[in-house]
Design a binder for this molecule. Structure first.
Ligand code: CA
Length: 222
């Protein structure tokens, strides 16, 4: 899952990005409203964390323009002041939730998970495909009851596959949801990671779950 953080305070933005990456999300940071709007329109994010007080274009205006342009990505607003006006205004303009600064990272994370689940129309915290399960809270993966150790990126890749069973995922889609903006899509890194993942979750099982569609991408299915 890939998240855009629009926040001009470097310290806060860095703290959020680091925390999200530790939780195995890919995160990009935009440091003003103009950059945030540009990235949100050009890229395909699963969630946007948007500060209200921003240089160039403020957060509420960014929010209005995104919704006007039919971008429906869930948006979590950050507000410095505990102003009822800002919250009401934000929700009226199409924000999905808000958080007042200063906040504990654990609360940001809890709200992030809820919004990502809502975006997927999903209420469970464990994903399952055949006998493969992935626990979104504990970050544990197991197949046929046996726990499988994955690296952070392998886990993120598997999570993306398991959120879209039966759906063909192109390399571009995988890059957009699993890697951040600095990722060079012209490399074969995705294929390398998919192969690593296969070795761990498919190799010693008769029923293969990750299938290659030559020239198109990959699909996870039974
Ligand atoms: Ca700010």
């Amino acid at each position: 899952m890939r998240i855009l953080v629009v926040e001009d305070e470097k310290k806060v933005a860095g703290f959020i990005k680091k925390g999200l990456e530790e939780e195995l999300y890919a995160a990009d940071v935009a440091s003003d409203g103009e950059e945030g709007l540009g990235l949100a329109e050009a890229e395909n994010y699963d969630l946007i964390i948007l500060d209200i007080m921003l240089p160039k274009i403020d957060g509420l205006e960014v929010l209005s323009r995104l919704r006007k342009n039919k971008i429906t990505t869930p948006i979590l607003l950050l507000t410095a002041k505990d102003s009822v006006d800002d919250k009401v205004n934000g929700l009226n303009r199409g924000a999905d939730d808000y958080l007042t600064k200063p906040f504990a990272f654990s609360e940001l994370l809890a709200r992030t998970r809820v919004l990502l689940r809502r975006g997927q129309n999903e209420t469970k915290t464990v994903l399952q495909v055949a006998d493969l399960t992935l626990d979104l809270v504990k970050h544990k993966v197991s197949r046929d009851g046996e726990e499988i150790e994955l690296t952070g990126k392998e886990y993120s890749l598997l999570e993306y596959f398991m959120r879209s069973p039966g759906k063909v995922l192109t390399r571009t889609m995988i890059a957009e949801h699993v890697w951040d903006y600095n990722f060079d899509t012209f490399t074969n890194v995705i294929d390398v990671y998919v192969n690593h993942l296969r070795k761990k979750i498919d190799k010693s099982y008769s029923k293969k779950l990750i299938h290659t569609l030559r020239g198109v991408g990959y699909v996870m299915k039974e």
